[in-house]
Structure formats: C-alpha cells, structure tokens
Design a protein around this ligand. Structure first.
Ligand SMILES: [Fe+2]
Length: 260
C-alpha cells in the first residue's frame, strides 16, 4: 500500500487509520477508527475518497459499521451519501447536519443530546459541541477523541461560518475539558503545525484557546480582526490523491469521565 506506515504499540486497543484527502491546499483528515480485537470500525467525516476508505478497511480486515459526522461542512460530508449507500452504513449526526445530506430515512441516526452509542464492539460517546457550527458534535471512540473542526491540536475552528458562535465554542471547549480523559488521543479534521494524535492533556497544555479561562477573552480572541471569516473553499473539487497513515493508540485509561 503506498504511503502507509504502521506504528504498532503493545496494548493498543483502538486503531486509527488516517486518510489525508481533498484539496492539496487545505486537505481534510478522514478517519477509520476500529476495535483491534473485533475489527469493527466507524468512519469519521468522509469528506472525500469513498473508494479509498472502503479499500483501506478491506485491506486491514475491518468491518465498517457506521459513519459519524461531526458537522455539515461539505469538506467533511461530500462522500457520505456515496459511502453510506455503497456499504449500507447508518449515519450519525445532528438533525441540521443530516438535513444537508440526501440520505434515506432508514440510514439516519439523529443525535439530539449527548449520547453513548454502541456500534458493534465500539463504545462511543457523542458530545454536542456547538460553536464552529451550531450542529457540531465531537465523538469519543474508545480512547480517541474526534472533534472535527471544533478543536485542532493548535487552536479551534472558525466561528463566523453560518450559525457559528464564539460563546458556544467556549462552552463546548469547557465541556471537552471536563469530559475527555487526559490520555485520549486527539484526531481533528485538519492538521496544521503539529501532528494529530497528541494526548489531550498535552493539547490542553499547549492550545492557546483551551488556556483562555473567560468567555470574554475567548470570544475576543476568536473574533480578532486578522482572523479569516470563512472556511477556505468548502465544497470545491478535490485535487489530491488520498494518503493513508496507520496510527496505533496505546491503551491507558479507558474510563470516560461523566459527560458535562
Ligand atoms: Fe468546518
């Protein structure tokens, strides 16, 4: 398989396959998260490359069970309908997010509140984390956090997109800090200066947004004048071939704190 690397570590329980795909100038990270014992897997934010996702799962002996969507921006959802139909997969997301997609009702799984899900052998916690968009969700799958564009390793997603709100994002970040274990690995929707997969306690220590303690300061920083107002080129045509990278996550503490 081209461009793949494997870093197996003793005790790893949740496997993560990362596909980097989309626009070369602003690629998306699409993930397959899987239970290493059973091979049960979910796909998070299939923005592009549905064929590559199916092939990557097949090559690893994984069984795709569901799609998890963090929010409705097309660079995170463009391939959802195709992949869902191709593999007959249910799609989890909030109502406004699912309404942006053309899915048959029997494949929709609507999140209306924080929820613990069981998808095959995978234990998943869905946390409503509005701010980047009003319908944003973060997923904890096994011992990994998939926050979409709510939280990056280095910062947070823009809030000036339709229905974005800095106050909501501040409260969502506070919820993540209360709910996500320190040992969870963080896999956001985009990668900037630092590699994804960092432990959450390290992200908390270095991400400036998570260090802002008041809503007033957080909102002022989110809305600072030099910051862009729109996500770049949502929905434009992808122009890069998907790259694949295998992560392996060491098991440390699987006990989830109570969702706040
Ligand atoms: Fe986004």
């Amino acid at each position: 398989m081209p461009n793949s690397r494997t870093h197996d570590m003793d005790g790893a329980e949740t496997g993560v396959v990362q596909l980097t795909a989309g626009r070369a100038c602003f690629p998306n990270l699409i993930y397959i998260a899987y239970d290493r014992a059973s091979g049960d897997a979910v796909v998070i934010d299939p923005g592009w490359a549905s064929e590559t996702i199916v092939d990557a799962a097949k090559e690893r002996g994984l069984t795709l069970r569901a799609i998890l969507v963090t929010h409705g921006h097309r660079d995170h959802t463009e391939a959802v309908e195709t992949l869902s139909a191709q593999a007959d997969l249910p799609v989890w997301g909030t109502r406004p997010c699912l309404d942006t997609l053309d899915l048959p009702a029997h494949r929709e799984r609507v999140l209306t509140t924080d929820q613990r899900l069981r998808v095959g052998a995978l234990a998943i916690t869905a946390l409503l984390t509005p701010g980047h968009t009003a319908c944003s969700v973060s997923y904890i799958v096994g011992d990994c956090l998939f926050p979409g564009d709510t939280l990056f390793i280095e910062g947070c997603g823009l809030v000036a997109t339709p229905n974005g709100d800095a106050g909501d994002l501040f409260r969502s970040c506070a919820r993540l800090k209360r709910s996500v274990p320190d040992a969870a690995r963080v896999f956001p929707g985009h990668e900037y200066a630092r590699p994804v997969g960092m432990r959450f306690d390290a992200v908390k220590a270095t991400n400036f947004y998570l260090r802002l303690e008041t809503e007033e300061n957080f909102t002022a920083f989110c809305n600072r004048p030099r910051r862009g107002l729109k996500p770049p080129m949502v929905g434009t045509v992808p122009d890069m071939v998907a790259r694949i990278h295998d992560h392996s996550v060491p098991t440390q503490d699987h006990s989830m704190k109570q969702a706040g």
